[in-house]
Design a protein around this ligand. Structure first.
Ligand code: HEM
Length: 477
């Protein structure tokens, strides 16, 4: 009986296929989809995608398809059909299209009510609140504090060491800055208490969202609860300090969020404040860490670039005339250093791209992408293309002089309504960190051929061991 039903179904499908094919509707429908393959049933093209992630951060997965299919192609990942836009025109289209951003369910669950779970008008309102703190005019007054924290960090963790593993040290320094600028947590013990849960949240955010004990996702959930408990104490204390006048409404992100209302005249709930602060720490931490780590690596590999950076910072120190901490104005003078950082972000983008989702069919370049598909843009679509960046593998900060790259070709921070809101903060912190290292040491790579692996962000396999030579000694030599 079962065999009969099965045979009848197969026959039915075959007939339907030929009827559709002869009427032209099947060929018309598939002709309008972008070229590409959905791979295997259920798992789609995940095996090749995952293998490519470990090997080179998806670059080979994307490049192979770009060569085979062109600048837009379809694939199937994480159980979804995905259209990949792989050109500067594609970036322009997606950044300006009326589409929503999309984050994996695991990230949305672990970062609860933060900006990343908001769409449309709700996202605009929350983003504007956060930008009160993250826009350049507001960040200006935090340069001195960031500088003094990084300076203390270098003095306590780097100075008097001949060799360090830069990656984990930078990680700690960046976390200390974020704890201070976001919530004035300056005490190392308290920072360490927060560091554990934050790391676990980070590990849980790109995972299959099934809450099974022992999995990174489950650990992320427990960490979220711990972090909320710890941060609620910080919020309660701050509320008291604000009403007694011992804290200022502008001293950090937490005060900004507690003391301001949004465009709708509403205050953020404590839960939303905590989630948004956690989200900013998580979104900004590893990305900035990758940027600083690789900047040090590229400068060590290119002594003529290092020499220009050193010159720039020594000049700034001279012009500071004994002033202790950096100011916003000094950051603006770090022009060559920022070009070197941009070139680092081009060659080793900490974010490989992101996803959007369309709520209705959209047309692009003669193809139709059906409603509900995920839409992907990728930094590699342009960052390493000869047509936009001649000799793309060469480290050349000079590319960013003058007008710089063509629009939509250099996109480390994405673009459009969901562009990274932390880009100015990242620029400030990268330059402050670089300044403090450059003014203290010359550094060499212990292993100039250290392997890079991706998880999914690029990381030096041994943690970037560096030999340090204090600058004062170097001058004496
Ligand atoms: C070098 C460092 C950084 C890089 C390369 C980077 C890159 C990116 C990229 C590519 C996106 C997606 C943009 C899009 O889809 O169009 C993004 C989103 C985001 N970034 Fe960054 N980021 C960095 C640092 C930071 C920092 C320091 C913060 C926080 C202070 C931050 C907060 C965020 C947030 C909250 C989002 C989500 C925005 C939204 O959904 O509307 N990022 N980032």
């Amino acid at each position: 009986m079962d065999i009969l039903v099965l045979s009848a179904s197969v026959l039915g499908f075959v007939l339907l296929f030929y009827i559709l094919k002869s009427s032209g509707s099947l060929s018309k429908a598939s002709a309008t989809l972008p070229p590409g393959s959905f791979g295997w049933p259920v798992i789609g093209e995940m095996p090749e995608f995952v293998a490519s992630m470990w090997a080179n951060g998806y670059q080979s997965f994307l490049e192979n398809r770009n060569k085979r299919y062109g600048t837009i192609f379809k694939t199937s990942l994480f159980g979804y059909p995905v259209a990949v836009f792989y050109s500067a025109q594609g970036n322009r289209f997606l950044f300006n299209a009326d589409v929503q951003s999309y984050f994996p369910a695991s990230a949305m669950n672990l970062l609860g009510n933060s900006l990343i779970s908001k769409v449309g008008e709700d996202a605009r309102v929350v983003r504007k609140m956060l930008m009160n703190f993250l826009r350049p005019q507001a960040l200006q007054k935090f340069v001195g504090r960031a500088d003094s924290i990084v300076n203390d960090h270098i003095n306590s963790k780097w100075i008097e060491k001949q060799q360090v593993k830069a990656f984990s040290l930078i990680k700690g320094g960046l976390f200390a800055v974020a704890c201070s600028l976001f919530m004035s947590v300056g005490d190392e013990v308290q920072q360490n208490e927060l560091h554990g849960p934050f790391s676990d949240i980070l590990k849980g955010i790109v995972q299959i969202p099934v809450d099974i004990p022992g999995t990174p996702y489950h650990k992320g959930f427990i960490a979220r609860k711990q972090a909320h408990k710890l941060m609620q104490k910080v919020v309660d204390r701050r509320r008291k300090d604000l009403s007694s006048g011992s804290a200022s409404p502008e001293q950090d992100l937490l005060s900004f969020l507690l003391c301001n209302v949004d465009d709708r005249g509403q205050k953020m709930s404590d839960e939303d404040i905590i989630d948004n602060i956690m989200m900013l720490v998580v979104a900004g931490h590893e990305t900035t860490l990758v940027a600083v780590t690789f900047l040090l690596r590229y400068l060590a590999l290119h002594p003529h670039c290092y020499a220009q950076v050193l010159q720039e910072h020594l000049q700034i120190i001279t012009e500071m005339e004994g002033r202790q901490d950096l100011e916003w104005n000094d950051i603006q003078k770090m022009k060559y250093s920022w070009r070197a950082a941009q070139e680092t972000l081009r060659l080793q983008p900490p974010s490989l791209g992101s996803l959007r989702v369309c709520s209705e069919d959209i047309s692009y370049d003669g193809f139709v992408i059906p409603k509900g598909w995920k839409l992907c843009w990728a930094t590699y679509s342009t960052h390493k293309k000869e047509e936009y960046f001649p000799e793309p593998e060469k480290f050349d900060p000079g590319r960013f002089e003058g007008k710089g790259p063509e629009p939509y070709t250099f996109v480390p921070f994405g673009g459009g309504r969901r562009m990274c809101p932390g880009n100015e903060y990242a620029r400030m912190i990268i330059l402050v960190f670089l300044h403090n290292i450059v003014k203290s040491f010359k550094w060499d790579l212990v292993d100039a051929n250290e392997k890079i692996f991706c998880n999914p962000l690029p990381l030096p396999a041994q943690g970037l061991p560096l030999r340090l030579l204090p600058l004062s000694q170097q001058k004496a030599v």
